[in-house]
Design a protein around this ligand. Sequence first.
Ligand SMILES: [Zn+2]
Ligand SMILES: [Zn+2]
Length: 286
Amino acid sequence: MRGDYHTHSIFDDGKSTLMQMAEAAERKGMFYLGFSAHSYQSFDESFCVKRNKFQEYLREAREIQALFEAEGRRTNILVGIEQDLFGKQEKGLDYTIGSVHYLHQGGEYLCIDASPERLSRIVEEVYGGDWYRMTEDYFDLVETLPERTGCDIIGHFDLVAKFNAGNRFFDEESPRYLRRAGEVMESLVKKNAVFEINTGAMSRGYRDIPYPNMPLLSLLRQLGGEIIINSDAHTAGTIGYGFDYACAAAAKAGFSYTNLLTRSGFAKIGLSCFQSWQEETILRGA
Ligand SMILES: [Zn+2]
Ligand SMILES: [Zn+2]
C-alpha cells in the first residue's frame, strides 16, 4: 500500500496535468496521491504556480479528488502545497510540505537549486567560497519551517546537496556539515515534523541517492524521527520513482515503518507492507 504526496503539474513547473498525474498514480497502484504545487513567489515566478492561478489549481484538484471518490477509484487524492519559506501563504489545503529553496541575503532571494553554476556563484560572491557557511545558513532557515509555514512535512531536508554528487563541492560526511544539519534535525524532531525521503534528485539525474543522505537518515532514526516516502515527481511517469531504493535506505537506517498521510492524519505502515504494492494492486483489481 503506497502513497506519494510530493508531486507537481503544469500549474507549476511539472510537465503533466493534474488528471494525468492522478491516472498514472492509479495505474501504479498508489493508494494515496497528493498534489503539492509550489506556492507563489513574487520575487521568482520561474517554477511556482503562475500569478493568480492558485485558486484555479485548488478548484481543479478538488474536482479530481471528488471525482475519484465518487467513482470509488483505487487512489485517494489529497490536495496540498509545497510551501516555500518565502512564498505566499495559502489556505484550504489538506496538508503542507515546507521547503527552503532560497537563501535571503542582502535583501535578495538566492535560489539554491536552480543550477550548480548559480549556486557556486552565490557561494563565491556571498560566502567567500565557504560552502559550509552557505549550508549552515540554509539549515538555519530550515529550522524555522514549522513555525513559518505550518508544515506537516519537511521537504527535501538537505536540498542544499542537490548538486553535490560525489562530494563535488563539500564533504557531506564532514563533522562541520553534519553538526548544524544534525542540530536542526533534532530541533525539528522535537517539533514533531515528519521528514520526507525524497527521490526527486534521482529521477532527474542529479544524484543516485534520495534526500536525506545516509548519515542524516541514520541520525533521524536515532532521534526517533518520522518518515514519509515521496517522489517529487514533475511528470506522470516518475510518480513513485525509486521507492524501492527509498525503502531500502530507510531499512538500512534502522526504520521498520514509514507513514501514509490519510484524511485523518499520519498512519504508520510497515516498510514491507508499503513495498507490497503490486500484490495490493492485483488483489484490489481482482
Ligand atoms: Zn522543492
Ligand atoms: Zn517539489
